[in-house]
Design a protein around this ligand. Structure first.
Ligand code: CAA
Length: 297
């Protein structure tokens, strides 16, 4: 299957990163979000991030301008998915919302169009079942920050056609990523391994084994992780971490995935990490740069 024209649904952090990568590699991208302000903000973020690549010398000013010209904003989903070969949905991580979006995508997109989801943990098989083309539904899970991280986790639903998997694997390589294929079980691979590690780091603080900075420094300097697990949890969003742990806990029915009570409390208190300005660390508004350690330091 030849992919030329792509729609990305959702212009948040992941959506704008995915649109950036496709546009930079010459694809025409319809970026769809019902909120015009979000679309405007996403285009500014993409211009800023492409600018970083220009400063670094990996992209010319002309290539940056071409990439920006490749992105067409839409506020109407049905209009945005007409004539596309692939849709990558990157809306909020909410099962009900995703099922509703896939039902709409199935009705509006051409019959040959592959419908991919960037979900980090919701079942691909369940999402596919909301459509009349389950063979053409697949997981295409990018990592944050999308322009920087090399991995694409490609997830086969129960009914995903082999040709669809092959197309997504080839496309991932075409945009400079390394695809790894997994099957559709809770958390797939990335989050099945990552989230228990983050949860264990939170338990270490909860049980008073060590403070936030000690836990993070041990993992950064001892295991060569670019960010400590608590800073990474703040970066991903504590609400997102909690919801993925709940998917693992419920999906496997195994208490080893039970979210740490401290994580549950912090989310209930609105301490969501970078996006709310405070999690395990406190952040400057609008920045991911941590300023001081929060109350558990
Ligand atoms: N767009 C383009 N470039 C970006 C960027 C963005 N959004 N963010 C950072 N960069 C570039 C910077 O320009 C910089 O480039 P050079 O080194 O070439 O100058 C490089 O990335 C490093 O950035 P910084 O110097 O600002 O900061 P850093 O060295 O601390 O790296 C980081 C930042 C890349 C985020 C690094 O800390 C890191 O790799 N952290 C771990 C990220 C991670 O684990 N992500 C996966 C999260 S899990 C997930 O996404 C999936 C899920 O389902 C939950």
């Amino acid at each position: 299957m030849v992919i030329q024209h792509i729609a990305v649904i959702g212009a948040g952090t992941m959506g704008n990163g995915i649109a950036h990568v496709f546009a930079q590699h010459g694809f025409t991208v319809n970026l769809v979000d019902t909120a015009p302000m979000q679309l405007q903000k996403a285009l500014q973020t993409i211009a800023h991030n492409l600018g970083r690549q220009v400063t670094k010398g990996t992209l010319s000013e002309a290539q940056k301008n071409q990439a920006l010209a490749n992105i067409v904003p839409f506020t109407n989903l049905a209009e945005g998915v007409q004539n596309v070969d692939l849709v990558v949905e990157a809306a909020t991580e909410n099962a009900g919302l995703k099922l509703q979006i896939f039902k709409q995508l199935d009705e509006a997109a051409p019959a040959h169009t592959i419908l991919a989801t960037n979900t980090s943990s919701i079942s691909i098989t369940k999402i596919a079942a909301a459509t009349n083309r389950p063979g053409k539904v697949i997981g295409m899970h990018f990592m944050n920050p999308v322009p920087v991280m090399q991995l694409v986790e490609v997830i086969n639903g129960y009914a995903t056609e082999k040709a669809v998997t092959e197309t997504i694997v080839a496309l991932s390589k075409q945009v400079g990523k390394v695809p790894c294929v997994a099957n559709d079980y809770p958390g797939f691979i990335a989050n099945r391994i990552l989230m228990p590690m983050l949860n264990e780091a939170i338990y270490s603080v909860y049980e008073g084994v060590a403070g936030v900075e000690a836990v993070d420094t041990i993992m950064k300097l001892g295991m060569a992780h670019p960010m400590g697990p608590l800073q990474l949890a703040d970066f991903i969003g504590l609400d997102v971490c909690l919801s993925i742990l709940r998917v693992l806990h419920e999906g496997f029915g195994n208490p080893k995935y039970a979210p740490c009570p401290l994580l549950v409390n912090m989310v209930a208190a609105g301490k969501l990490g970078v996006k709310s300005g405070e999690g395990f660390y406190v952040y400057t508004p609008g920045s991911k740069e941590l300023v001081v350690s929060g109350q558990f330091g």
